[in-house]
Ligand binder design. Sequence first.
Ligand code: NAD
Ligand code: DAU
Length: 353
Amino acid sequence: MNTVLITGGCGFIGSNFINYLLKYHDDFRIINLDALTYAGNKNNLAHFEHESRYHFIHGDICDEQTVNSIFSTYNIDQVIHFAAETHVDRSIMDPLQFLRTNVLGTGVLLEAARRSWGNKFSGHRFHHISTDEVFGSLSSKDPAFNEATPYSPNSPYSASKAASDHLVRAYFTTYGLPVTISNCSNNYGPFQFPEKLIPLMISNAIQGKPLPIYGDGKQIRDWLYVEDHCSAIDLILQYGKNGETYCIGGNNQPTNIEIVTQITSILDELLPKSPYRPHAQLIQHVTDRPGHDRRYDINISKIHNELGWSPHENLYSGLKKTVIWYLEHLTWMNEVNQNQGFSEFLKANYTSR
Ligand code: NAD
Ligand code: DAU
């Protein structure tokens, strides 16, 4: 039985990953360390409350004492580090919280792993979850990001993630800590907090609220269905090579306006009696995000060739599953929408935009 410390397991990708690990493996014991910020929701994993392989700890990754005591109490074999401040718009409003959690927090975890594992690194792994945003913005002619693309982050969020990636790599070169890093594109799917584009659009559209598109809406992202991300992490954990980075993406690059239009047509089809049909009439262009990256694209040849991974969902199948999930979990969405401070954030970010 491996004991794996998962940080940020009550967030969007973390809770999907815990579901994935407990569904497909029976040789893992999970310790989930989460500070339950506005983005963390313990109810996402309520069905595991009585599962003996799952243990939740409410705590902060920046708190050395908590982190060190988890390593000594539970004999941690592996770490999968998801915990972070993750929303670009919030990082523009409050950058220091991003530096604290994303940089200092990662440092505290690396240091605890190094101290606990000593010279016996075999059987251990520190996997760091990062983002394609560290590579910056592409022009229409640039090739897709790959593992050798130089870092060029543009927002306080992506700069803090870039700093954390550098720290992780430094622990490999300096101490030989067994690390891997993955840089992935925009995830979507169940349990995503409705501050991010896709769940925000679904949530607003079903309430007849405006669908705010930043600028001209022609910015491009690659979209990855969250379960596909989970299967990629699982493979890296089993077969990834220490010191290596893996790029992960969904093999699609729609513009924002295309993706929102697709969501509105799925809603038109699924909600034939909605008074807001056609939902596309709710689209409104608003002032652009400062420093908004224009285009991302990600080359997934390395993880495909070395670990045999490919995404399973295409954009349409993934979006349809996602919209259906939100329509079937309106109570979850209503509770999350009433989350501490969320309406203040929405006001601050959108009202005078
Ligand atoms: P999220 O915002 O949904 O969840 C973050 C989780 O971390 C929450 O449960 C929160 O309570 C917890 N957390 C925050 N600060 C903490 C602290 N100091 N100590 C302990 N826990 C803390 O995030 P997500 O979208 O699931 O992203 C997870 C990881 O994946 C992040 O590292 C993010 O940078 C990366 N990532 C996300 C995406 C995406 O599209 N969502 C894409 C690429 C990479
Ligand atoms: O690329 C990976 C990154 O994807 C992750 O590292 C981040 O944690 C995650 O938040 C996400 O960052 P983005 O900024 O790309 O995601 P977001 O959902 O905030 O925005 C997606 C695109 O949609 C982006 O171009 C901005 C635009 N947008 C977003 C919102 C919230 C709008 O046009 N209107 C909106 O209201």
